[in-house]
Design a protein around this ligand. Sequence first.
Ligand code: ADP
Ligand code: ASP
Ligand code: MG
Length: 492
Amino acid sequence: MLVMKFGGTSVQDAEAIERVAGIVRSRMRRRPVVVVSAFHGVTDQLLTLGQTAACGDGESALAQVRGLRQRHYDTARELLGEDRFRGMRLKLDPQFEVLEQFTRGIAAIRELSARSTDYLLSFGELMSSQIVASALSARGLPALWLDSREYILTNGHFTRATPHYSDTYERMRAGIRPLLIDQQLPVLAGFISATRDGIPTTLGRGGSDFSAALIAAGINASSIEIWTDVDGIMTTDPLLCPQAHCLRRVSFREAQEMAHFGAKVLHPATLVPAMEKNIPVLVLNSRNPKSPGTRITSQPPRGRSVFTAIAARKNISTVTLTAPRESAPHWFLQEVFHILHRGACGADLVAVSEASVSFTLRTGQNTDDLLANLQEIAAVTVEDKQAIVCLLGENIRGRAGIAARAFTALGDAGINVRMISQGASELSLSFVIHERDVAEAVRRLHARFAPEKNTHRRRGQRKPRLIPVEPPLQSDSVGTPEAAHTDQSPGF
Ligand code: ADP
Ligand code: ASP
Ligand code: MG
């Protein structure tokens, strides 16, 4: 059994969905479950129209709903042909009418709460998954649309809900596994879920990857395929650094760290169910399905290099607290963490000295109360427009001098490092810089540590310079599917 998730760009139009149908058909013998994101850009458009309505501009918001309806209908008509499209329209019309009613409601009360946001955003995945399911049926595949809100149960933390894992797994085991045994092709919306009372929730932006992993863990699938718009996980975000290249193998922990520190290619929670059930995750390109992609498993890749990848997260604020002179250091620290805990604010990086604490927060979290509480115990300084850059890899462990080399590369470019964290996770070195320096820092570090991608050397050409590390932790077995995923390029 296999779970295949197709992201927004993989279902952005009829041509892309046609490719999806071909990819799914090629996997039918492995009994796939298909998980689908909203069409590319739709979640952002729903959010914008919700905000427009909440500002009281109902007419403009309704015009945006009409635009979305048109796009979905045009795509469905092109995929299904006129006759089948008529049937599909009977299903979609009432749903778009509900969306229009809801938009009018937001405009009337001029409020878009987190709970309403989740309901609004659910339309993107609901529409796309139903259209994809019909397109697969129209191509002779035994597709069956299932409502994810009946399978993925979460708490009520709207816009970033946490699943009730055992109930969710139980529903999948009981509801989805039998369908697969019966040779059906279940198709579900990613990203969306519901509370035990049936109130729609979402798993956070980019959450369809997480949905796929939850389903895979629930049905005990043999792998999870994340189909996206790049050839796999790359040494860094290709939008930041054009020299980024694809990694054939990455460990679960490396992928988790990358996602946590901003690599958008995977939702950070995706690896939790995969690691728990030891299910390999493959990241593949739906526009280039022959490319081998990246395989993420518990085994660290056999590598000779120090770093696997560089991740970067923008929109960070740093908060620095200076304790009053009379307060005892242990009391001060305890209070700070207590206030963070009460405010449910996760700090990604923390640096502590005797009289002060600095930590990072994601800008935009609702931090007014938190800062007010902190001001009661310390002098507080906040700096916005910061970013975290993270160098990571299983081979970092125990390596001396890495930080010095990295900071020299940044210092040469006049980039000021404001906060450093090494060793907390054993496999990363993270630091805070100003947002405007991110692209330059990533390019410099990539150039400093990455060897030439091209491994076919011409005669007389020098070897790319690699930083040697200890012997490989584990050798790859030859002749297994894993062997096909040995890194061609040696990484950093
Ligand atoms: P999807 O819609 O398929 O879920 P996303 O846009 O969420 O796709 O994720 C894919 C994008 O992630 C890529 O287009 C790329 O710009 C970005 N990205 C950031 N870091 C990396 C990385 N290290 N490797 C690959 N892609 C990355
Ligand atoms: N459509 C959602 C988003 O854009 C979820 C996803 O694509 O994974 O965030
Ligand atoms: Mg994504």
